[in-house]
Design a protein around this ligand. Sequence first.
Ligand code: ES4
Ligand code: ZN
Length: 326
Amino acid sequence: SDLIAYAAALPKAELHLHIEGSLEPELLFKLGKRNNIDLPFKSVDEIRAAYEFSNLQDFLDIYYQGMSVLRTEEDFFDLTMAYLNRARADNVRHAEIFFDPQGHTERGVPFDVAISGISTALDMAKVQFGMTTKLIMCFLRHLPEEDAFETLKQAENWLDRIEAVGLDSSEVGHPPSKFERVFKAARERDLKLVAHAGEEGPPEYVYEALDLLRIDRLDHGNRSLEDTVLVERLVKEEMTLTVCPLSNLKLCVVNDIKNHPLKRMLELGLRATVNSDDPSYFGGYMNDNFKAVIEALDLTREDIKTLAKNSFAGSFLSDGEKRAQI
Ligand code: ES4
Ligand code: ZN
């Protein structure tokens, strides 16, 4: 319809995107071949058929398996370049990109190899198509806090290339409180702070992310809606929520896209944004996510405009850079 075309054409920022989750089956195969890695799949179709999840952990098992083909700097460059090209086609003008260094270092791929391949692609996107980007280094929350400290140490020479730290992977059983000290250390290095919370975890985890980690932005945050006091606080603090509609559907955070809380979030005055999370695994990039919620939730032109504005307002761009985009 008209509104879908309107959303597609709007300049947008993507604030919740795991670069390893943008690895398409075709590239996965190509890199597997290039690196002589034996894969448990014989075809692209076979891989796609395996992308059926009943919860976050189901997905994460496949996600960590998929990233095993990423070995060299060139692999990380190719992965990142493919995403940036695809995002650009959806009129994403600015992207704040997560990466999971521990998903690589624990397989023997050095931190420097991953970040250097990614960074080269980010620099090229700026020169070639004027796209701006920020890099967010995530800690895997199923691993000990000590490992996160080790990762922060490995990042020491790259701090000028890293905007923020984040927290991802298996949420339930790994509350934000587990990472209070390493987030404090990151804050002392002037890094911005974000965390996945309230995706599968309870509102209590969102409170911990706010009060103990002192986050600048909330990733997902869906389950905040179960707590009216928490919602009022998020509204008052103008906290940005990076919402991922197709991800929520594929991971059964919502049982039907028609029951997605995005519209309700906007009505409550929350600063919600639309993002693709792990687009290769969840069935779509930025504009596919917009299309899904526009059709299912009867979003208005004003809603769509608000979502695009929120994406820049909630970004880590400077005030001057935000004004230039909005
Ligand atoms: C993730 Cl959707 C999601 N949630 C938590 N951790 C993740 N890592 C990659 N995608
Ligand atoms: Zn995520």
